[in-house]
Design a protein around this ligand. Structure first.
Ligand SMILES: [Zn+2]
Length: 237
């Protein structure tokens, strides 16, 4: 079921159980008066096989694929980019961290011997995102009302998007939910644990304030999201 978090902000819960469950978010700024924009942004897209699909959730929320102006991808993992295959008729700018664009476009090769690198070498062969003109995102890029933060570790190009006007951070897989607080993803699903810890600490230092933390896996934090992130960062120091 598409869940309305507040005006113009939706969460689509795709898939029924972890690790196949992933959240997708839609922000329709035309429904809000606290931003200067009128764009419809989708953050991540779920797995190609998620049920419900990103497409049926869009319909549920009252949108069509053609309404989407931009897609922000937090990283190239199948539970985040796979749902693009469900969005026939998409006419949107698609953004992805520069290092993950290099990965999927084969401008950079992960080591065969690396557990996640090996997985990516296989994944990009079957899921090369052909037909999408990917816009590489660098740290600090402004995309409409969003600011991009390069937060490598889980993936080389992992990117967090913060929308300051609505006090919301789209954290992707930078952190996961653990009880009432946050934790970092586990080794098997990540490139470099030390770099994840560095990214969490660096992001906590640099981010503008935000109340709402939206995670790719697990329930949103609606208040004090930046405090929760900072406590995690402190525990990793
Ligand atoms: Zn994920």
């Amino acid at each position: 079921m598409a869940r309305r978090l507040e005006d113009g902000l939706w969460q689509f819960d795709l898939g029924v159980f972890a690790p196949l469950a992933a959240n997708v978010f839609l922000l329709d700024e035309s429904e809000r008066d606290d931003t200067d924009d009128d764009t419809v942004t989708l953050v991540d897209t779920g797995l190609p096989v998620n049920y419900p699909t990103v497409r049926s959730e869009l319909t549920d929320a009252g949108y069509e694929v053609a309404d989407i102006d931009r897609v922000l991808l937090t990283h190239y993992d199948l539970d985040h980019v796979g749902g693009l295959a469900r969005l026939n008729g998409l006419d949107a700018e698609v953004y992805l961290g520069a290092a993950d664009v290099a990965l999927v476009r084969r401008d950079w090769d992960p080591q065969w011997a690396h557990h996640k690198g090996l997985f990516h070498r296989v994944a990009r062969r079957f899921y090369p995102l052909e037909g999408y003109d990917l816009t590489p995102v660098e740290d600090g890029d402004r995309i409409g009302g969003f600011t991009a933060f390069h937060t490598p570790g889980h993936n080389p190009g992992h990117t967090v998007y913060v929308h300051e006007d609505i006090g919301t951070a789209f954290l992707g897989d930078l952190v996961w939910r653990e009880g009432e607080g946050l934790t970092i993803p586990f080794w098997l699903d990540s490139y470099d644990m030390r770099e994840i810890r560095r990214s969490v600490r660096g992001f906590a230092d640099r981010t503008p304030a935000f109340e709402r933390a939206l995670l790719a896996h697990g329930d949103p934090i609606h208040d004090g999201g930046d405090d929760d992130l900072r406590s995690l960062a402190d525990s990793l120091a």
